[in-house]
Design a binder for this molecule. Structure first.
Ligand code: FPP
Length: 248
């Protein structure tokens, strides 16, 4: 990541282009990438982790404020024990290797989802990384781990209900703002752009509330092949879209 490309001097998608403040990516296609090469699925995930590095660098260089990555969904537990253990090991490895980079490049790490399911050792490492990067302001890297959007929304509704029962809030005052404030994404900018790779055209229970007005971009590229050019292309597509927010 080049330290020169701080948000002030960030390269936008063309002169006067609109840079999305918050980009989310459903990183799909690792398994197919590996299969195409006659490799085990874990090789696809390893290559996917390299694509994560590239996406992080591209997001920072373009002046994006938050990058949310769908790393492990609540549905991914249905995969084989071997694949789950490979993915967990890869996350541990990535965290170890990249923590210094996050600190050096002033990237704040944030987690969403119920990551407690990953066991005490990984949880401790994850929380240490979150703590050590808490004051960084250049970019927030949000990793969704064991995340499911409906679960997140239900938990937010439950918290509001508890407050209402305790007479801390009046149920009549509960609106979009109040619910948004209970979501795990409460401290992030509005989601502007949601990308899914590998030709699948679904949201798969990812950021359903947050994606209400986001531009959706479904790309054919398999995640391990996603590079700086693909990221820049996505930002160009975003800048060229006419966002009306239902206004006209
Ligand atoms: C989807 O591909 C990808 C995943 C379920 C996992 C994403 C994980 C990584 C990119 C690696 C590590 C992550 C971090 C944050 C370092 P798939 O396996 O569903 O692909 P397929 O649909 O082609 O089988």
């Amino acid at each position: 990541m080049s330290p020169a490309a701080a948000p002030g001097g960030a390269k936008g998608p063309g002169e006067g282009g609109k840079v999305p403040r918050h980009v989310a990516i459903i990183m799909d296609g690792n398994g197919r990438w590996a299969k195409q090469r006659g490799l085990p699925r874990v090789a696809g995930h390893r290559a996917g982790a390299e694509a994560v590095r590239r996406a992080l660098q591209a997001a920072a260089d373009h002046g994006v404020e938050a990058l949310t990555l769908h790393a492990f969904s609540s549905e991914n537990w249905r995969r084989s024990e071997e694949e789950i253990s490979d993915l967990t090991a890869l996350m541990r490895f990535y965290l170890e290797r990249e923590l210094k980079t996050l600190e050096k490049e002033r990237v704040r790490l944030k987690l969403i989802g119920d990551y407690s399911a990953f066991g005490a050792e990984l949880v401790e490492r994850l929380e240490k990384a979150v703590e050590r990067t808490a004051d960084n302001t250049r970019l927030t890297l949000v990793i969704a781990l064991n995340y499911g959007s409906r679960t997140e929304i239900a938990a937010a509704a439950r918290r509001l209900a508890v407050k209402a029962v305790a007479a801390e809030i009046d149920p009549a005052t509960i609106g979009e703002t109040e619910l948004s404030a209970e979501l795990q994404t409460r401290d992030l900018p509005e989601l502007d752009l949601l990308i899914r790779t590998s030709g699948e055209v679904r949201l798969s229970n990812f950021l359903l509330w947050q994606a209400a007005y986001a531009e959706l971009l479904f790309l054919e590229v398999l995640w391990p092949n996603f590079d700086e050019q693909a990221f820049a292309g996505a930002l160009e597509t975003f800048a060229a879209r006419d966002r009306r927010f239902g206004g006209r």
